[in-house]
Design a protein. Structure first.
Length: 241
């Protein structure tokens, strides 16, 4: 059974259709990327799946359960978590505190939540900064903290919204390794990203949208040579890649 299935998803804001009849699905253990120009509807689609928006039309199924009207906190409890492009940690609190807050999605015991948070930090090789105030972290470490907070909810499906935005090339490479590590632990990944070398290296499949509509879907190799995608988004440097 597919872990996520989106059928004929439509999201309207007044007279604007931000997502238009979008269909996609993800297999357990897969990394699926959603790409497209700015304003294409990527984050809106994420927000519908993650429970921030109620879709105007269509059906979203997570592990066979229709989740169209589920709230984000309810989705967290059944295994669907997300990060945000703009990271907003509790800046005056420690890294460990921030991650422990995420762990309360699955427990109401402080000791157990902190133990889960420490386990997540160890997995991400981030335990050495557990006592650092979140407001003092670099951009790269704030992105890692955002992932850690989501991981603390123990998701089976993780939505990553531009976790590499603003990172230097070496930091992008480190983030690619982090995402590959997450997949190796059995987590399914759905990612929005503009850094194409990372997306091409990470993804099993890629869905491309423009003006809210899907214009292509396929493997990285297929997407890199798709004329419609090159014209709409990738540019000539990917021609015949």
């Amino acid at each position: 059974m597919k872990i996520l299935e989106v059928r004929n998803l439509v999201m309207r804001f007044g007279g604007l259709t931000a997502v238009d009849s979008l269909n996609l699905s993800i297999e357990p253990g897969e990394i699926l990327a959603l790409i497209g120009p700015n304003g294409a509807g990527k984050s809106t689609a994420f927000n519908c799946i993650a429970g921030l928006y109620t879709p105007s039309e269509g059906t979203i199924q997570f592990n066979g359960l229709v989740i169209n009207r589920k709230k984000p906190w309810d989705l967290c409890k059944i295994g669907l978590a997300r990060t945000f492009q703009i990271v907003k940690p509790f800046a005056s609190k420690s890294v460990l505190y921030n991650v422990t807050v995420g762990a309360f999605a699955t427990t109401d015991k402080i000791d157990e939540a902190e133990e889960k948070a420490l386990a997540v930090l160890r997995t991400l090789h981030f335990e050495s900064k557990k006592d650092v105030r979140a407001g003092n972290l670099t951009i790269a470490d704030r992105k890692r903290l955002e992932i850690a907070r989501a991981l603390a909810t123990q998701p089976t499906l993780l939505l990553l919204d531009e976790v590499m935005a603003g990172l230097r090339p070496s930091e992008v490479d480190e983030m690619v390794e982090v995402i590959q590590l997450l997949r190796s632990t059995g987590i399914t990944i759905f990612v929005i990203e503009h850094i194409m070398r990372a997306i091409m290296a990470l993804s099993d499949r890629i869905v491309v949208i423009q003006f809210g509509k899907k214009i292509a879907e396929g493997t990285p190799k297929e997407i890199a040579s798709n004329e419609n995608v090159i014209k709409a988004y990738l540019g000539d440097e990917y021609d015949a890649a």
